[in-house]
Ligand binder design. Structure first.
Ligand code: MRU
Length: 358
């Protein structure tokens, strides 16, 4: 997708410098900065501090983290510890574990002279696959948008939460891919973008990337979605997910669950878009999904441009107030109209998932 008219991906290997390049997402939307990752520590730090974020992208970053570890020290012990640290860098998104385990499986039994080449090929393949999967999610979700458009014969209003756009993946995005496909096809779409406190991924990233692609969108406060649904101003919701378990229950950015409840109460279809790399086949109990708790400073402080255009961070809470920053919640499958995957759309249930992914 484009930034200022130029095609980008969110991560790539730079052959000339022999390092990994990322778009530093902590600086968006005010600054566009490409950052170098040279060591596995850099990769872990980028994931932890959310310079890269979004389940598919942190999976790809972890895969490249394994490559960087091999480049640093081609030693099985170091590769193993680095891999464990990569998996631990954020707890909720399953793509981290999925990507690192896939890398390790591919590398097992490969001799020392070949290992870097094989690792690099596999990390690249993970990225290419993600692009293809997200494109297919778009084509499958497009059919749903088209159906609504054909009935309504007017702009389709879609609500989304957090950033499940191309910035959260390698390209296209998950929740945004059907929207980009509809827009490219000439179907009129408008996106209600939940601001998504506390890190504001909706305002800072989703709105930013939709603007760059010319997709009409409006940022709303996180609590506004319910009212818009009551007023009939939302035709459908599409959100992403950091981990969808085998039963079809969906972990996603905090606040998703409340949107699903409001959607249910107002008969608004609530879809979740995901590549199969986000399915946790081993977990069947939603209470077992680890919920990340982040530093409460993300709540108590806000960063933005002052009048002079300088980036500033300010405290907005009373100095001595305690705050709790839970980063994800779980939406039970019963509130999900369907899962939009690279293989098609299915019911959010064990049976639904099994039908698509045998
Ligand atoms: O904390 P983040 O920004 O890494 O959150 C992850 C997400 O981007 C969202 O939860 C998203 O909806 C699912 S990942 C495509």
């Amino acid at each position: 997708m484009k930034i200022e008219g130029k095609e980008y991906r969110t991560i790539w290997f730079d052959e000339q410098n022999q390092d990994v390049k990322i778009i530093d997402q902590t600086k968006l939307p005010h600054q566009f900065i490409i950052k170098d990752l040279k060591t596995v520590k850099d990769a872990i730090n980028a994931i932890k501090t959310m310079e890269v974020r979004g389940a598919p992208l942190i999976g790809a970053s972890a895969a490249y983290g394994v490559v960087l570890a091999i480049m640093e020290k081609n030693d099985p012990k170091f590769i193993k510890t680095s891999s464990e640290n990569l998996i631990k860098s954020r707890p909720t998104a399953i793509n981290l574990k999925w990507a690192v385990n896939r890398m390790l499986k591919k590398l097992s039994g490969v001799n020392n002279n070949e290992i870097l080449k094989v690792a690099l090929e596999e990390a690249r393949l993970i990225c290419e696959e993600d692009v293809k999967f997200c494109e297919n999610i778009g084509l499958n979700g497009l059919k749903i948008i088209e159906e609504i458009y054909n009935k309504k014969k007017d702009t389709v209003n879609i609500l989304t939460h957090c950033n499940a756009g191309w910035l959260a993946t390698i390209d296209w995005g998950t929740a945004t891919s059907p929207i980009y496909h509809a827009h490219k096809k000439g179907i009129k779409v408008h996106v209600w973008v939940d601001e998504t406190r506390p890190r504001n991924q909706g305002a800072f990233l989703t709105s930013y990337e939709l603007n760059e692609e010319g997709v009409p969108n409006t940022i709303i406060a996180d609590n506004a979605g319910g009212l818009l649904m009551q007023r009939g101003e939302v035709d459908m919701c599409i959100v992403g997910t950091d981990r969808t378990i085998a039963t079809g229950d969906v972990a996603n950015k905090i606040g998703t669950y409340l949107k699903a409840l409001a959607a249910k109460d107002n008969n608004v279809p609530f879809y979740v878009a995901l590549p199969s790399s986000t399915i946790d086949w081993e977990t069947t109990d939603l209470e077992k999904i680890p919920i990340e708790e982040r530093n409460s400073e993300e709540l108590s402080h806000l960063e933005g441009l002052d009048k002079e255009g300088t980036l500033k961070k300010v405290l907005i809470y009373p100095k001595n107030s305690k705050a709790m920053n839970l980063a994800f919640d779980v939406t039970p499958a019963k509130y999900v109209t369907g899962l939009i995957t690279e293989k098609g759309v299915c019911e959010a249930s064990k049976e639904g998932l099994k039908k698509l992914f045998k």
